[in-house]
Write a protein that binds this ligand. Structure first.
Ligand SMILES: Cc1cc2nc3c(=O)[nH]c(=O)nc-3n(C[C@H](O)[C@H](O)[C@H](O)COP(=O)(O)OP(=O)(O)OC[C@H]3O[C@@H](n4cnc5c(N)ncnc54)[C@H](O)[C@@H]3O)c2cc1C
Ligand code: SF4
Length: 562
């Protein structure tokens, strides 16, 4: 039987946002094709979170030769270990270039589920402090939406994915619909108490807000604290598209999920001014196919969706489809991290932790909330946590004989670390363009990325280490070590902004519903749509924007506008 080539909707990408688009469009009755460049993900075979180190070839020490050859960039990411490196792209097959002196670490996943398999699951809402920042400070352009526009969609997404955390009623970090919070450990409680006592009118330490279930939720089991979530989760206790949205879409009977489908470009009919379909290269056979649809959602991730639009140039849109504004590819943002501090927390030697809680602490943004800083605008949140060294500290400690061995039977001292994530300002000069000379493994032109942090980001990073150290000092920590690492952009894996939303088609690619200003049946709902970056992890906002855009698109279809 020949393959069906015509659909109501096509979604490109099956990761965090593609999964949501697939679920929403199919549940609203649209026959939907999901095109995914990577392989199928089969949880029973691919998830390896319970495989012990002695059952993997290099006992957890990684195949360094292979990584150097095939994943020199991906292997720099903390989550790309011997078990989970298979969820990260081959840098050889998926190259990109950067401007000399401006490194950019592009961390990607290419399989059904995308990076929703390896993500850190931290989920935070934006507030109007974020949505109004650009217009108040005269930076870039204003967001076309406010918190009130997205709040119901945060509710909607959180109700489905399940978010555990603590309500704080902070204006700068609106509360989610929470499942019970995970518990802080003794060292974290010490630091929490010290912050409340010394900085209580502006700083607060809480448990991280995570898309992990602390009780059964919508047919998925509660987390059992096994720890290495980036290797998968057979109990489906954390949210990923494989664990939740794609099964929901599949249940409707309306979804066709097509792996090994590398999208080359989008086809456009200049007469009707509509996109008509998607050109695909089969990842295994290299055969070219075209699929047609009335509605197209690009959810291939910020820079990949932008690359697809550059590769879809037409005589009219010679610098990229839907790019009459010239903003496509510009305004790349990623959170600046690398500032923080670590120290030992004395006491609580009779206490220990049971299991591996897959979550840390969070100190919501406190800079430029109630009072203004002179050195920088915007702010940062601090992540991190406390813990106790186990017997493995023997690898790092020197010692000898029975006494040394016996000392390792007991847990080591409590330690604590803070690591900041700071807001990155939108800057037209941070951009990606098509590199027609450099092709990927399927012969498709790749991206050249020009991106660097600016003075404001560096000032934020410096301040992270100062405030982290001062909170540790207030908690009576010993051996406090402030740090500022020189992590380049991309490494927070929160790249966003290359197809921004806006009210004016002359200065933005998308309207307030993620619909291309230039082409009514084209939507982009990944991080490309972001107008500024806030300082909180962005994926919850991408998901909420995707669900909202699907609702709008289907309404427009019903009205005959699409
Ligand atoms: C280690 C790690 C930790 C993270 N922690 C957090 C966190 O705690 N909180 C948070 O908010 N975010 C976190 N992130 C970021 C988060 O994973 C991303 O923001 C999110 O996955 C983006 O969703 P997406 O749908 O845009 O892209 P992805 O989830 O990456 O999905 C894109 C999909 O599109 C497919 N694709 C790409 N190009 C093509 C093409 N040409 N044709 C067909 N298919 C294509 C890819 O194969 C992929 O499956 C983390 C990421 C990593 C790697
Ligand atoms: S720690 Fe919890 S969420 Fe993570 S893999 Fe284990 S059970 Fe799943």
């Amino acid at each position: 039987m020949s393959e069906e080539t015509s659909y109501d909707a096509i979604v490109v990408g099956s990761g965090m946002t593609g999964g949501w688009a697939a679920k929403e469009l199919t549940e609203k009755g649209l026959k939907t094709l999901v095109l995914e460049a990577g392989r199928t993900t089969v949880p029973e075979q691919d998830y390896v979170e319970h495989v012990p180190p002695w059952e993997v070839k290099f006992h957890g020490m990684r195949d360094r030769r292979r990584l150097e050859e095939d994943q020199p960039i991906q292997s720099l990411c903390y989550a790309c270990d011997e078990w989970s490196s298979k969820f990260f792209v081959s840098d050889r097959e998926n190259p990109y270039t950067t401007e000399s002196g401006k490194p950019f670490r592009w961390i990607r996943g290419r399989q059904v589920g995308g990076r929703s398999i390896m993500w850190g699951r931290q989920v935070y809402r934006w507030s109007d402090l974020d949505f109004e920042a650009n217009v108040r400070q005269g930076i870039a352009i204003d967001w076309p939406i406010r918190y009130a526009d997205i709040a119901p969609w945060y509710d909607y997404v959180e109700d489905f994915i399940g978010v555990s955390g603590e309500a704080l009623q902070l204006p700068q970090l609106p509360d989610s619909k929470f499942l019970p919070p995970m518990e802080l450990n003794p060292a974290e409680k010490v630091v929490q108490g010290a912050i409340a006592k010394n900085f209580g009118n502006e700083r607060v330490l809480t448990i991280g807000r995570v898309a992990i279930l602390t009780k059964p939720h919508r047919g998925r089991a509660a987390c059992h604290y096994c720890g290495p979530c980036e290797r998968g989760c057979i109990t489906r206790s954390y949210f990923s598209s494989v664990n939740a949205t794609l099964p929901a879409a599949s249940k409707t009977g309306k979804m066709t999920l097509r792996p090994y489908s590398v999208v080359h470009s989008v086809s456009f009919d200049a007469r009707t001014r509509r996109v008509t379909g998607i050109r695909v290269i089969d990842a295994k056979t290299r055969a070219a196919t075209e699929f047609r649809a009335k509605l197209i959602f690009l959810c291939a991730s910020t820079l990949e969706s932008t690359r697809i639009l550059f590769n879809s140039a037409t005589p009219e849109f010679s610098n990229g489809l839907a790019n009459s504004s010239g903003e496509l590819g510009h305004n790349i943002m990623d959170h600046i991290k690398g500032g923080g501090a670590a120290g030992m927390i004395p006491g609580n030697e009779d206490q220990d932790v049971i299991g591996k809680r897959p979550n840390g602490i969070y100190v919501p943004r406190f800079r430029n909330v109630k009072t203004k800083q002179r050195e920088f605008i915007r702010g940062y949140g601090l992540q991190g946590g406390g813990g106790r060294d186990g017997w493995q500290r023997g690898i790092l400690q020197t010692g000898f004989g029975a006494e040394f061995k016996n000392s390792l039977n007991k847990s080591g001292p409590w330690h604590f670390n803070f690591q900041g994530y700071g807001e990155c300002l939108p800057n037209h000069n941070n951009y990606a363009e098509l590199d027609k000379e450099k092709l990927d493994a399927w012969g498709i032109p790749t991206l050249k990325i020009h991106c660097a942090f600016g003075e404001n980001e560096f000032a934020l990073r410096k301040d992270m280490s100062v405030t982290a150290a001062e909170m540790l000092a207030a908690a009576g920590a010993r051996d406090i070590q402030p740090f500022t690492d020189d992590d380049p952009p991309g490494f927070s894996v929160h790249e966003m902004g290359t197809a921004r939303m806006g009210r004016d088609p002359k200065t933005s690619v998308l309207n307030s519903h993620n619909q291309a200003h230039d082409i009514k049946n084209l939507f982009i709902t990944d991080g490309g749509a972001m107008v500024s970056s806030s300082c909180v992890n962005p994926s919850l906002t991408y998901m909420a924007l995707t669900a909202r855009a699907c609702d709008y698109a289907v309404q427009q279809m019903k009205k005959g506008e699409i």
